[in-house]
Design a protein around this ligand. Structure first.
Ligand SMILES: NC(=O)c1ccc[n+]([C@@H]2O[C@H](COP(=O)([O-])OP(=O)(O)OC[C@H]3O[C@@H](n4cnc5c(N)ncnc54)[C@H](O)[C@@H]3O)[C@@H](O)[C@H]2O)c1
Length: 265
């Protein structure tokens, strides 16, 4: 089913900078009525609101200070969204860090944060406050969620986790009872501080060495490309599907083959 973005309301975690802010702007370009930037960084939040005000006019966006690792804090962003915009149709669980040096925090943000958001969106806020027939949750994984990463094994594990949980919550069984489709977007290497500040964020020297040889091989894209891919999949993709957006290309679906394909005949 085609999802109409026009006049909808979105909530984006980690939406105050990086790729998250580009998702907000691209959705606004496609006619959404309002967007909540749920982020932990007040400076980015205020700056992002100013940019959105200049480009799209007043009353299109709010910033809510949010720590996605804390359920009550994340729920505060949902509550504020429905208080201000009356609806919630689109949720993007985008907040994430890459830092295996502080891996408990990395897991808390990249996995627990996505679980908090998915449960709040799927079980309560989107079914109750969606303005049309259907709502959408997009969880952000990575190309590190579909292939091993010898330089950041724990980041890689968090992004594999996002795919397992999103395909499970995105099963047609849950869609039929909630009318919320759940998608996964896996960006390739994208120009943001997450990549430019990557050094020193591994488990130590051998991992730094692996990092140097790994990143040089991959195409780098602008965050705007990922945002265009996001709008494309929100409109067209079916629940439980996983999409790769890499190297400025159109997004393509990543399909896990059934394990039985590999069983001896
Ligand atoms: N940049 C890349 O190459 C790339 C590639 C694949 C996947 N990703 C994923 O895309 C997402 C966005 O990455 P990015 O490159 O824009 O990163 P970024 O560092 O530029 O932005 C991340 C945003 O998340 C916010 N944030 C951090 N911790 C938070 C918390 N606890 N609660 C709420 N907000 C928090 C930050 O303040 C920031 O605004 C992440 O999930 C990342 O893993 C990025």
């Amino acid at each position: 089913m085609y999802f109409k973005i026009d006049c909808k309301v979105a909530l984006i975690s980690g939406g105050a900078s990086g790729i998250g802010l580009r998702y907000a702007k691209e959705l606004l370009r496609n006619g959404i009525r309002g967007v909540t930037l749920a982020d932990i960084n007040d400076y980015f939040g205020e700056k992002a609101l100013e940019e959105i005000r200049k480009e799209f006019g007043p009353n299109k966006a709010i910033y809510v200070k949010t720590d996605v690792t804390n359920r009550e804090s994340y729920e505060g962003a949902f509550k504020k969204t429905v208080e201000v915009f009356k609806n919630l149709d689109i949720l993007i669980n985008n907040a994430g860090i890459l830092n295996d040096g502080i891996w408990e925090k990395e897991i808390a943000i990249n996995v627990n944060g996505v679980i908090h958001g998915t449960l709040l969106g799927l079980e309560t806020y989107i079914p109750k406050y969606k303005s049309g027939d259907e709502g959408v949750i997009v969880n952000i994984s990575s190309i590190a969620g579909v292939k091993e990463s010898n330089h950041v094994p724990i980041y890689c594990a968090t992004k594999f986790a996002v795919i397992g949980l999103s395909k499970s919550f995105g099963h047609i069984f849950h869609y039929n009872r909630t009318k919320v489709k759940i998608l996964v977007l896996c960006p390739g290497v994208t120009e943001t501080p997450l990549i430019s500040d990557i050094h020193g964020k591994s488990l130590g020297p051998p991992y730094e060495e692996a990092m140097n040889s790994h990143l040089g091989d991959l195409p780098i894209q602008k965050p705007e490309n990922v945002a265009v891919a996001m709008v494309n999949i929100i409109k067209n993709a079916q629940t439980g599907t996983v999409w790769i957006a890499e190297g400025e290309e159109e997004p393509y679906e990543f399909i896990l083959p059934p394990r039985q394909n590999f069983a001896p005949k």
